[in-house]
Design a protein around this ligand. Structure first.
Ligand code: TEU
Ligand code: CA
Length: 543
């Protein structure tokens, strides 16, 4: 069934790095408003706004201390209302980041909850020490430490799957669920068109037994994609979401296809789509800090599994937690421009709602961090500490963590070649990539053949093509470097997409659905004969 949220392009804004309006070095809401025309011009139909709520910013806003207030760094509630109104004028919808697995430890609920006799005690997960002493169980956090924090005052521990300043809410308490419903209604009534739901498949903890020991996130079998979570999501849908014209995308970690299917099955009425991570881990071991060789066949296998396995996908290659895709699966030096266009071709020819992360449309690259002091990301700092405990020398540590640091995606947006990159007139909160002198929006908007222009034209092509939006996906060919797939509306139209993920020339078979008229090219070719240049992307109209 067609829906507006299946057809619009979603653009993720990481507010602190998007546009500063007052020279304090931090992006803000008035800054976003000043760039709305720019987003409209690119073809954006929905903005996903990373958290702008009141927060002590231990995890850059993913630790919320008041869900109904705005972080003063970003502006005021009046600014936020102005943003909704200005976006609406341009027919751009906004989805909010719903971070409800945990709050900040400065949230009023948590402060009250530290009192053992408070009615708020049960809003969080408090447990006495293990009978043998120490924390209640062996679970570990996403940032590498034990997941329990001791509170001497009440002589109990509270659970935090992320930082200790992010205590987990207790979803066995119906009052917590009612609070969340109220918060959702508050934002939907203000004009939000839905939510991106942070680590939503972790909210329900089935038991508190020790987990099977792992190098990371021990205990996960007790809290990933539990039956209790499905029930809660159905309740939120029934009582809140179904009353508004909105959509939800749930970030789901360690999610299996089966669980993702349940989460996004329209019949079950939980979420509309989910973010999963498999397709971004082709060149990573289970622990993302250990690299392995990229293999295009494996990428196509994973894409096929999810494209065919789910009714509707959330399609993305970047977000604020991932390295820049051109530095990850592309080539950010010699073939920077061409490989960024190949990745744009991939993104915009898959079936699902397309998400673009700020800066991706100009091929922003990873930052060359040379020292841990340049890093703000909690996760990177945590992993560095952990690796140090294993006596791993600094040079090797940096080699492991820097290419994956979440800060690669968090450096300020590169608007122009000026010293502050058009992002700020002040001192930016996080280093600006030196390459903004070359890689920036202003330069690429003006230049025919730029990555920005390529994104814009692919977005335009997709907007008028039912086949790209809704056509079936089928794999056609792959080897270590090349993948090819088709998008088809039976009896109507078929496209095939052929991509060479390598610095070397390559070939694809030249028969069947791999023969057709060239409709998209990143090398300026008129006809296709089975030979691909390095990092070439071509879309053929087969019939
Ligand atoms: O991310 C969840 C999560 O698993 C990341 O912490 C993880 O580091 C990432 O997938 C890369 O491996 C969400 C938010 O997107 C993230 O920014 C928050 O830090 C986290 O939840 C806690 O709210
Ligand atoms: Ca500012």
């Amino acid at each position: 069934m067609s829906k507006w949220w299946k057809e619009r392009i979603v653009y993720q804004i990481y507010p602190r790095s998007f546009q500063d309006s007052n020279g304090d070095g931090i992006g803000d809401i008035p800054g976003i408003i000043s760039r709305l025309d720019e987003l409209k011009e690119l073809g954006v139909g929905v903005i996903w706004l990373s958290p702008v709520y009141k927060s002590p910013d231990i995890d850059n806003g993913y630790d919320i201390s008041d869900y109904r207030d705005i972080n003063p760094k970003f502006g005021t509630m009046a600014d936020m209302e102005h943003l909704f109104a200005e976006a609406k004028k341009r027919d751009i919808k906004i989805i909010m980041d719903l971070v409800i697995n945990h709050t900040s430890d400065e949230h009023d609920w948590f402060i009250k909850s530290c009192d053992k006799d408070s009615p708020y005690r049960d809003y969080y997960i408090w447990k006495p020490a293990n009978p043998n002493g120490g924390p209640p169980n062996n679970w570990t956090t996403f940032f590498g430490e034990n997941a329990w924090e001791y509170d001497p005052k009440s002589d109990e521990y509270y659970l935090h799957l992320f930082h200790e300043a992010q205590p987990d809410l207790n979803y066995r308490n119906p009052k917590v669920i009612e609070e969340i419903k109220d918060i959702m209604r508050f934002w939907l009534k203000k004009g939000a068109a839905g939510f991106r739901c942070d680590v939503i498949n972790l909210i329900y903890k089935t038991s508190f037994e020790d987990g099977i020991h792992r190098t990371a996130i021990t205990g996960r079998e007790h809290f990933v994609s539990q039956e209790g979570m499905h029930k809660i999501l159905q309740e939120l849908h029934r009582d809140v979401l179904s009353h508004f014209d909105c959509f939800t995308v749930g970030e789901s970690v360690f999610v299996s296809l089966r669980d993702a299917k349940m989460l996004s099955d329209p019949e079950r009425e939980e979420l509309d789509m989910v973010f999963y991570f498999d397709h971004l881990q082709v060149d990573r071991m289970v622990e993302k800090y250990i690299p392995k060789k990229f293999n295009a066949s494996k990428l196509l296998r994973i894409l096929t599994k999810w494209q065919q396995g789910l009714d509707w996908n959330a399609v993305y290659l970047e977000n604020h937690d991932q390295p820049r895709i051109v530095s990850h699966y592309g080539n950010d030096s010699e073939y920077w421009e061409r490989s960024a266009k190949l990745l744009a071709t991939l993104l915009l020819t898959l079936r699902g709602t397309v998400f673009i992360y700020q800066g991706q449309e100009i091929g922003m690259t990873n930052f060359e961090f040379t020292n841990i002091s340049q890093i703000d990301d909690l996760e990177t700092l945590g992993v560095d500490r952990l690796l140090k405990q294993f006596w791993i020398p600094q040079s090797l540590r940096y080699k492991m963590i820097m290419p994956c640091s979440r800060d690669n995606a968090r450096t300020p947006m590169q608007w122009n070649a000026e010293p502050g990159a058009g992002f700020t007139t002040g001192e930016p909160w996080l280093g600006i990539n030196k390459n903004h002198a070359i890689i920036n929006v202003e330069e690429q908007k003006e230049r025919t053949g730029s990555i920005y222009r390529f994104y814009k034209s692919m977005i335009g092509f997709r907007a008028i093509s039912n086949t790209l939006k809704y056509g079936e996906f089928a794999p056609v060919y792959s080897d270590k470097r090349v993948i090819a797939y088709t998008r088809t509306i039976p009896g109507e139209e078929q496209f095939s997409v052929i991509l060479n993920f390598s610095d070397k020339p390559a070939t694809s078979p030249f028969e069947g659905s791999l023969v057709g008229k060239v409709v998209v090219t990143n090398v300026g070719r008129d006809t296709y004969d089975g030979n691909l240049a390095p990092w070439e992307a071509v879309v053929l109209k087969v019939w």
